[in-house]
Design a protein around this ligand. Structure first.
Ligand SMILES: *Cc1c(COP(=O)(O)O)cnc(C)c1O
Length: 389
Protein backbone atom coordinates (compact mmCIF):
# COMPACT_ATOMS: atom_id res chain seq x y z
CA UNK A 1 0.00 0.00 0.00
CA UNK A 2 1.37 3.45 -0.95
CA UNK A 3 1.49 6.29 1.58
CA UNK A 4 -1.28 8.96 1.92
CA UNK A 5 0.90 11.57 0.16
CA UNK A 6 1.12 9.28 -2.89
CA UNK A 7 -2.51 8.13 -2.83
CA UNK A 8 -3.75 11.73 -2.60
CA UNK A 9 -2.20 12.57 -5.97
CA UNK A 10 -3.21 9.31 -7.66
CA UNK A 11 -6.90 9.38 -6.76
CA UNK A 12 -8.39 9.61 -10.23
CA UNK A 13 -9.03 6.51 -12.35
CA UNK A 14 -10.65 6.35 -15.80
CA UNK A 15 -14.44 5.76 -15.70
CA UNK A 16 -15.71 2.22 -16.37
CA UNK A 17 -16.33 1.60 -20.11
CA UNK A 18 -20.02 0.56 -19.71
CA UNK A 19 -21.24 4.14 -20.16
CA UNK A 20 -19.90 7.34 -21.66
CA UNK A 21 -20.52 11.04 -21.02
CA UNK A 22 -23.07 12.65 -23.32
CA UNK A 23 -21.40 16.07 -23.11
CA UNK A 24 -17.74 16.46 -24.09
CA UNK A 25 -15.69 16.23 -20.86
CA UNK A 26 -13.52 19.13 -19.84
CA UNK A 27 -9.92 17.90 -20.06
CA UNK A 28 -8.46 20.59 -17.82
CA UNK A 29 -4.97 19.17 -17.99
CA UNK A 30 -1.72 20.70 -19.20
CA UNK A 31 -0.03 17.40 -20.02
CA UNK A 32 -0.70 13.73 -20.84
CA UNK A 33 1.04 10.59 -19.58
CA UNK A 34 2.24 7.78 -21.91
CA UNK A 35 3.17 4.12 -21.61
CA UNK A 36 5.17 4.15 -24.86
CA UNK A 37 8.18 6.53 -25.27
CA UNK A 38 7.85 6.53 -29.09
CA UNK A 39 4.19 7.61 -28.91
CA UNK A 40 5.17 10.42 -26.53
CA UNK A 41 7.82 11.73 -28.97
CA UNK A 42 5.50 11.44 -31.99
CA UNK A 43 2.60 13.28 -30.40
CA UNK A 44 4.62 16.47 -29.90
CA UNK A 45 5.29 16.87 -33.62
CA UNK A 46 1.94 15.97 -35.20
CA UNK A 47 -1.44 17.50 -34.45
CA UNK A 48 -3.20 14.16 -35.06
CA UNK A 49 -1.07 11.54 -33.24
CA UNK A 50 -2.33 11.58 -29.70
CA UNK A 51 -2.30 14.25 -27.03
CA UNK A 52 0.97 15.18 -25.33
CA UNK A 53 0.81 18.76 -24.10
CA UNK A 54 -2.14 21.18 -24.19
CA UNK A 55 -0.28 23.95 -26.05
CA UNK A 56 -0.11 21.45 -28.95
CA UNK A 57 -3.50 19.78 -28.66
CA UNK A 58 -6.16 18.90 -26.10
CA UNK A 59 -9.22 16.61 -26.43
CA UNK A 60 -11.80 19.26 -25.38
CA UNK A 61 -10.27 21.81 -27.73
CA UNK A 62 -10.09 19.18 -30.49
CA UNK A 63 -13.83 18.52 -30.09
CA UNK A 64 -14.44 22.25 -30.61
CA UNK A 65 -12.11 22.40 -33.61
CA UNK A 66 -13.73 19.36 -35.25
CA UNK A 67 -17.25 20.73 -34.71
CA UNK A 68 -16.49 24.18 -36.15
CA UNK A 69 -14.52 22.69 -39.07
CA UNK A 70 -17.57 20.57 -39.86
CA UNK A 71 -20.01 23.52 -39.62
CA UNK A 72 -17.81 25.59 -41.96
CA UNK A 73 -17.23 22.73 -44.39
CA UNK A 74 -13.46 22.77 -43.72
CA UNK A 75 -10.89 19.98 -43.39
CA UNK A 76 -9.53 21.05 -39.98
CA UNK A 77 -9.63 23.93 -37.51
CA UNK A 78 -7.30 25.51 -34.98
CA UNK A 79 -8.64 27.16 -31.83
CA UNK A 80 -6.93 30.17 -30.22
CA UNK A 81 -7.22 32.18 -27.03
CA UNK A 82 -9.04 34.99 -28.86
CA UNK A 83 -10.20 35.98 -32.32
CA UNK A 84 -7.12 38.19 -32.67
CA UNK A 85 -4.96 35.19 -31.63
CA UNK A 86 -6.41 33.15 -34.49
CA UNK A 87 -6.06 36.02 -36.98
CA UNK A 88 -2.44 36.75 -35.98
CA UNK A 89 -1.49 33.05 -36.08
CA UNK A 90 -2.81 32.84 -39.66
CA UNK A 91 -1.20 36.10 -40.84
CA UNK A 92 2.19 35.53 -39.19
CA UNK A 93 2.38 31.89 -40.28
CA UNK A 94 1.59 32.66 -43.92
CA UNK A 95 3.39 35.98 -44.51
CA UNK A 96 7.09 36.95 -44.60
CA UNK A 97 8.88 40.31 -44.92
CA UNK A 98 8.60 41.61 -48.47
CA UNK A 99 5.18 40.02 -49.04
CA UNK A 100 2.13 42.01 -50.07
CA UNK A 101 -1.41 41.57 -48.77
CA UNK A 102 -4.74 42.85 -50.11
CA UNK A 103 -7.50 43.57 -47.60
CA UNK A 104 -10.94 45.05 -47.85
CA UNK A 105 -11.20 48.68 -46.73
CA UNK A 106 -13.87 48.22 -44.05
CA UNK A 107 -12.35 45.94 -41.45
CA UNK A 108 -12.86 45.12 -37.78
CA UNK A 109 -10.84 47.73 -35.81
CA UNK A 110 -8.42 45.24 -34.21
CA UNK A 111 -7.62 43.63 -37.56
CA UNK A 112 -7.18 47.06 -39.15
CA UNK A 113 -4.53 48.03 -36.60
CA UNK A 114 -2.75 44.66 -36.94
CA UNK A 115 -2.48 45.25 -40.69
CA UNK A 116 -1.06 48.76 -40.17
CA UNK A 117 1.53 47.42 -37.71
CA UNK A 118 2.37 44.43 -39.92
CA UNK A 119 3.30 46.89 -42.60
CA UNK A 120 5.39 49.04 -40.24
CA UNK A 121 7.21 46.35 -38.26
CA UNK A 122 7.51 43.37 -40.57
CA UNK A 123 7.81 45.02 -43.98
CA UNK A 124 4.58 43.54 -45.29
CA UNK A 125 2.82 45.92 -47.68
CA UNK A 126 -0.96 46.24 -47.50
CA UNK A 127 -3.38 47.53 -50.16
CA UNK A 128 -6.99 48.26 -49.20
CA UNK A 129 -9.72 47.60 -51.75
CA UNK A 130 -13.50 47.72 -51.97
CA UNK A 131 -15.41 44.60 -50.94
CA UNK A 132 -17.77 45.02 -53.90
CA UNK A 133 -15.38 45.36 -56.87
CA UNK A 134 -13.25 42.38 -58.04
CA UNK A 135 -11.67 44.63 -60.71
CA UNK A 136 -10.03 46.80 -58.04
CA UNK A 137 -8.69 43.64 -56.37
CA UNK A 138 -7.23 42.23 -59.59
CA UNK A 139 -5.59 45.58 -60.39
CA UNK A 140 -3.92 45.59 -56.94
CA UNK A 141 -2.22 42.19 -57.38
CA UNK A 142 1.62 42.28 -57.59
CA UNK A 143 4.13 39.47 -58.09
CA UNK A 144 4.75 39.40 -54.30
CA UNK A 145 1.03 39.40 -53.31
CA UNK A 146 0.34 36.40 -51.07
CA UNK A 147 -2.92 36.88 -49.25
CA UNK A 148 -6.43 38.30 -49.60
CA UNK A 149 -8.30 39.27 -46.40
CA UNK A 150 -12.09 39.82 -46.35
CA UNK A 151 -14.96 39.97 -43.85
CA UNK A 152 -18.36 38.47 -44.72
CA UNK A 153 -20.28 41.34 -43.06
CA UNK A 154 -18.46 44.59 -42.25
CA UNK A 155 -18.56 46.36 -38.87
CA UNK A 156 -20.62 48.50 -38.26
CA UNK A 157 -22.04 49.26 -41.72
CA UNK A 158 -23.15 45.63 -42.34
CA UNK A 159 -21.87 45.85 -45.92
CA UNK A 160 -21.68 42.31 -47.30
CA UNK A 161 -18.52 41.29 -49.21
CA UNK A 162 -19.13 39.90 -52.68
CA UNK A 163 -17.47 36.60 -51.71
CA UNK A 164 -18.20 34.60 -54.90
CA UNK A 165 -16.60 37.20 -57.20
CA UNK A 166 -13.81 38.42 -54.87
CA UNK A 167 -12.72 34.90 -53.93
CA UNK A 168 -12.75 33.85 -57.59
CA UNK A 169 -10.49 36.84 -58.40
CA UNK A 170 -8.22 36.02 -55.43
CA UNK A 171 -7.90 32.38 -56.43
CA UNK A 172 -7.24 33.29 -60.06
CA UNK A 173 -4.30 35.39 -58.80
CA UNK A 174 -3.00 32.47 -56.68
CA UNK A 175 -3.66 34.20 -53.34
CA UNK A 176 -4.45 32.48 -50.04
CA UNK A 177 -7.94 33.79 -49.30
CA UNK A 178 -8.89 34.46 -45.67
CA UNK A 179 -12.44 35.45 -44.61
CA UNK A 180 -13.50 36.66 -41.15
CA UNK A 181 -16.94 35.08 -40.77
CA UNK A 182 -17.62 36.29 -37.19
CA UNK A 183 -20.71 38.39 -38.01
CA UNK A 184 -22.35 35.77 -40.26
CA UNK A 185 -21.46 32.51 -38.45
CA UNK A 186 -21.57 29.24 -40.43
CA UNK A 187 -25.35 29.26 -39.93
CA UNK A 188 -25.69 32.19 -42.37
CA UNK A 189 -22.65 31.75 -44.63
CA UNK A 190 -19.89 29.20 -45.30
CA UNK A 191 -17.11 31.08 -47.15
CA UNK A 192 -15.18 27.88 -47.99
CA UNK A 193 -18.10 26.97 -50.31
CA UNK A 194 -17.35 30.23 -52.17
CA UNK A 195 -13.61 29.51 -52.46
CA UNK A 196 -12.03 30.71 -49.19
CA UNK A 197 -8.90 28.87 -47.99
CA UNK A 198 -9.17 29.99 -44.37
CA UNK A 199 -12.15 31.18 -42.30
CA UNK A 200 -11.44 32.99 -39.02
CA UNK A 201 -13.81 33.63 -36.12
CA UNK A 202 -13.95 35.54 -32.92
CA UNK A 203 -15.68 32.76 -30.96
CA UNK A 204 -16.15 35.39 -28.26
CA UNK A 205 -19.17 36.55 -30.26
CA UNK A 206 -21.89 34.28 -31.71
CA UNK A 207 -20.12 30.89 -31.46
CA UNK A 208 -19.64 31.18 -27.67
CA UNK A 209 -22.77 33.30 -27.59
CA UNK A 210 -23.13 33.95 -23.85
CA UNK A 211 -20.80 36.91 -23.11
CA UNK A 212 -18.69 34.67 -20.87
CA UNK A 213 -15.67 33.55 -22.89
CA UNK A 214 -12.91 34.98 -25.13
CA UNK A 215 -11.73 32.58 -27.85
CA UNK A 216 -11.01 32.33 -31.58
CA UNK A 217 -10.87 29.81 -34.40
CA UNK A 218 -9.29 29.42 -37.81
CA UNK A 219 -10.81 26.84 -40.17
CA UNK A 220 -8.85 25.50 -43.13
CA UNK A 221 -10.12 24.12 -46.43
CA UNK A 222 -7.03 21.92 -46.67
CA UNK A 223 -5.00 19.98 -44.12
CA UNK A 224 -1.61 21.06 -45.47
CA UNK A 225 -2.37 24.72 -44.77
CA UNK A 226 -3.76 23.72 -41.35
CA UNK A 227 -0.49 21.93 -40.45
CA UNK A 228 1.61 24.95 -41.43
CA UNK A 229 -0.42 27.29 -39.26
CA UNK A 230 -0.68 24.74 -36.39
CA UNK A 231 3.11 24.39 -36.32
CA UNK A 232 3.51 28.17 -36.10
CA UNK A 233 0.71 28.64 -33.53
CA UNK A 234 2.38 26.07 -31.24
CA UNK A 235 5.54 28.20 -31.29
CA UNK A 236 3.60 31.45 -30.93
CA UNK A 237 1.52 30.16 -27.99
CA UNK A 238 -1.88 31.37 -29.20
CA UNK A 239 -3.44 28.32 -27.48
CA UNK A 240 -6.93 28.44 -25.94
CA UNK A 241 -7.61 27.20 -22.40
CA UNK A 242 -9.63 23.93 -22.36
CA UNK A 243 -12.38 25.51 -20.23
CA UNK A 244 -12.85 28.26 -22.84
CA UNK A 245 -13.12 25.54 -25.51
CA UNK A 246 -15.70 23.76 -23.36
CA UNK A 247 -17.78 26.93 -23.03
CA UNK A 248 -17.73 27.56 -26.79
CA UNK A 249 -18.71 23.92 -27.47
CA UNK A 250 -21.64 24.38 -25.09
CA UNK A 251 -22.63 27.57 -26.93
CA UNK A 252 -22.50 25.85 -30.33
CA UNK A 253 -25.34 23.52 -29.36
CA UNK A 254 -27.80 26.44 -29.54
CA UNK A 255 -26.04 28.45 -32.27
CA UNK A 256 -28.66 27.87 -34.97
CA UNK A 257 -31.57 28.67 -32.62
CA UNK A 258 -29.87 31.78 -31.29
CA UNK A 259 -28.88 33.13 -34.71
CA UNK A 260 -32.45 32.76 -35.92
CA UNK A 261 -33.71 34.89 -32.99
CA UNK A 262 -30.85 37.43 -33.34
CA UNK A 263 -31.80 37.93 -37.00
CA UNK A 264 -35.49 38.23 -36.19
CA UNK A 265 -34.94 40.82 -33.44
CA UNK A 266 -32.49 42.79 -35.61
CA UNK A 267 -35.10 42.90 -38.38
CA UNK A 268 -37.83 44.16 -36.04
CA UNK A 269 -35.56 46.89 -34.66
CA UNK A 270 -34.35 47.88 -38.15
CA UNK A 271 -37.88 48.24 -39.52
CA UNK A 272 -39.04 50.27 -36.52
CA UNK A 273 -36.00 52.57 -36.72
CA UNK A 274 -36.40 53.01 -40.50
CA UNK A 275 -39.79 54.62 -39.88
CA UNK A 276 -38.70 56.81 -36.95
CA UNK A 277 -38.49 60.61 -37.48
CA UNK A 278 -35.26 60.98 -35.39
CA UNK A 279 -33.39 58.40 -37.47
CA UNK A 280 -31.73 59.44 -40.75
CA UNK A 281 -30.28 56.09 -41.88
CA UNK A 282 -30.62 52.42 -40.94
CA UNK A 283 -28.14 49.80 -42.13
CA UNK A 284 -29.26 46.15 -41.96
CA UNK A 285 -28.86 43.92 -45.02
CA UNK A 286 -32.48 42.76 -44.77
CA UNK A 287 -33.84 46.23 -45.60
CA UNK A 288 -34.63 46.57 -49.33
CA UNK A 289 -32.71 49.87 -49.63
CA UNK A 290 -29.46 48.46 -48.14
CA UNK A 291 -26.52 48.54 -50.62
CA UNK A 292 -25.91 44.77 -50.15
CA UNK A 293 -29.56 43.67 -49.96
CA UNK A 294 -29.60 41.61 -53.19
CA UNK A 295 -26.16 40.09 -52.58
CA UNK A 296 -27.11 39.20 -48.99
CA UNK A 297 -30.23 37.45 -50.30
CA UNK A 298 -28.02 35.32 -52.56
CA UNK A 299 -25.12 34.39 -50.26
CA UNK A 300 -26.54 34.59 -46.70
CA UNK A 301 -29.18 32.31 -45.15
CA UNK A 302 -30.44 35.25 -43.05
CA UNK A 303 -29.56 38.94 -42.69
CA UNK A 304 -27.64 38.82 -39.40
CA UNK A 305 -28.08 40.16 -35.89
CA UNK A 306 -26.11 43.41 -36.29
CA UNK A 307 -27.53 46.72 -37.47
CA UNK A 308 -26.48 50.33 -37.24
CA UNK A 309 -28.39 53.57 -37.50
CA UNK A 310 -27.79 57.32 -37.49
CA UNK A 311 -29.50 59.85 -35.25
CA UNK A 312 -30.47 63.19 -36.78
CA UNK A 313 -28.92 65.12 -33.89
CA UNK A 314 -25.46 63.54 -34.27
CA UNK A 315 -23.26 63.08 -31.20
CA UNK A 316 -25.61 64.70 -28.63
CA UNK A 317 -28.51 62.64 -29.98
CA UNK A 318 -26.47 59.42 -29.82
CA UNK A 319 -25.27 60.16 -26.25
CA UNK A 320 -28.80 60.85 -25.06
CA UNK A 321 -30.12 57.67 -26.69
CA UNK A 322 -27.35 55.51 -25.21
CA UNK A 323 -27.83 56.80 -21.67
CA UNK A 324 -31.62 56.40 -21.78
CA UNK A 325 -31.74 52.72 -22.76
CA UNK A 326 -32.89 50.36 -19.99
CA UNK A 327 -33.30 46.94 -21.58
CA UNK A 328 -30.30 47.19 -23.91
CA UNK A 329 -26.81 47.69 -22.45
CA UNK A 330 -24.02 50.01 -23.58
CA UNK A 331 -21.06 47.66 -24.09
CA UNK A 332 -18.46 46.58 -26.60
CA UNK A 333 -18.60 43.05 -28.11
CA UNK A 334 -21.62 41.46 -29.78
CA UNK A 335 -23.38 38.17 -30.46
CA UNK A 336 -24.48 37.42 -26.88
CA UNK A 337 -27.93 37.04 -25.30
CA UNK A 338 -28.15 40.71 -24.25
CA UNK A 339 -28.85 43.46 -26.78
CA UNK A 340 -25.76 45.69 -26.83
CA UNK A 341 -25.32 49.16 -28.27
CA UNK A 342 -22.08 50.98 -29.02
CA UNK A 343 -21.00 54.37 -30.39
CA UNK A 344 -18.33 53.41 -32.98
CA UNK A 345 -16.93 56.93 -33.56
CA UNK A 346 -15.74 57.22 -29.92
CA UNK A 347 -14.99 53.53 -29.20
CA UNK A 348 -14.17 50.84 -31.79
CA UNK A 349 -13.18 53.39 -34.47
CA UNK A 350 -11.71 56.20 -32.32
CA UNK A 351 -8.29 55.86 -34.02
CA UNK A 352 -9.83 57.16 -37.27
CA UNK A 353 -9.87 60.86 -38.17
CA UNK A 354 -12.81 62.59 -39.88
CA UNK A 355 -11.90 61.34 -43.36
CA UNK A 356 -11.28 57.82 -42.03
CA UNK A 357 -14.66 57.76 -40.30
CA UNK A 358 -16.34 58.95 -43.49
CA UNK A 359 -14.58 56.22 -45.50
CA UNK A 360 -15.67 53.64 -42.90
CA UNK A 361 -19.27 54.85 -43.25
CA UNK A 362 -19.45 56.05 -39.63
CA UNK A 363 -20.88 59.37 -38.46
CA UNK A 364 -20.97 61.08 -35.02
CA UNK A 365 -24.61 60.02 -34.75
CA UNK A 366 -24.03 56.36 -35.71
CA UNK A 367 -25.04 53.70 -33.19
CA UNK A 368 -24.28 50.00 -33.64
CA UNK A 369 -26.71 47.46 -32.26
CA UNK A 370 -26.13 43.77 -31.58
CA UNK A 371 -29.67 42.44 -31.28
CA UNK A 372 -29.99 39.97 -28.39
CA UNK A 373 -32.45 37.25 -27.49
CA UNK A 374 -34.95 39.32 -25.46
CA UNK A 375 -38.65 39.48 -26.36
CA UNK A 376 -38.94 41.90 -29.28
CA UNK A 377 -41.74 43.94 -27.64
CA UNK A 378 -39.47 44.78 -24.69
CA UNK A 379 -36.69 45.86 -27.07
CA UNK A 380 -38.96 47.92 -29.29
CA UNK A 381 -40.50 49.81 -26.35
CA UNK A 382 -37.04 50.43 -24.83
CA UNK A 383 -35.69 51.86 -28.10
CA UNK A 384 -38.84 53.92 -28.61
CA UNK A 385 -38.67 55.52 -25.14
CA UNK A 386 -34.91 56.21 -25.54
CA UNK A 387 -35.56 57.95 -28.89
CA UNK A 388 -38.20 60.37 -27.50
CA UNK A 389 -37.10 63.98 -28.01
C1 LIG B 1 -14.38 40.70 -31.99
C2 LIG B 1 -13.90 40.49 -33.37
C3 LIG B 1 -12.58 40.08 -33.62
C4 LIG B 1 -11.56 39.91 -32.52
O1 LIG B 1 -11.91 38.85 -31.69
P1 LIG B 1 -11.47 38.76 -30.13
O2 LIG B 1 -12.09 37.47 -29.70
O3 LIG B 1 -12.00 39.97 -29.45
O4 LIG B 1 -9.98 38.73 -30.13
C5 LIG B 1 -12.21 39.87 -34.94
N1 LIG B 1 -13.07 40.06 -35.95
C6 LIG B 1 -14.35 40.46 -35.74
C7 LIG B 1 -15.25 40.65 -36.90
C8 LIG B 1 -14.80 40.70 -34.44
O5 LIG B 1 -16.06 41.09 -34.25
Amino acid sequence: MTRPQTRAVQAWAPPPPASRPLAVPLYQTSTFAFEDPDACAEGLHHPDRGYTYSRHSNPTTRALETTVADLEGGAAALAAGSGMGAINAVLLALLSPGDHLIAQRRLYGGTGSVLTRLAERFGIAVTRVSCADPGELTAAVRPETKLLYLETIANPTTEVADLPRLLAAGRAAGLTCVVDNTFATPILCRPIEHGADVVVHSATKYLGGHDDVVAGLAVFGDRELYRRVWRFAVDLGTVVDPFASWLVLRGLKTLALRVERHCENAGRLARMLAGHPQVTRVLWPGLPGHPSHDLAGRILDGYGGILSFDLAEGLPGARRFLTRLRCAELATSLGGPRTLVLHPATTSHRELDGAGLLAAGIGQGTVRVSAGLEHHEDLLSDFTQALKA
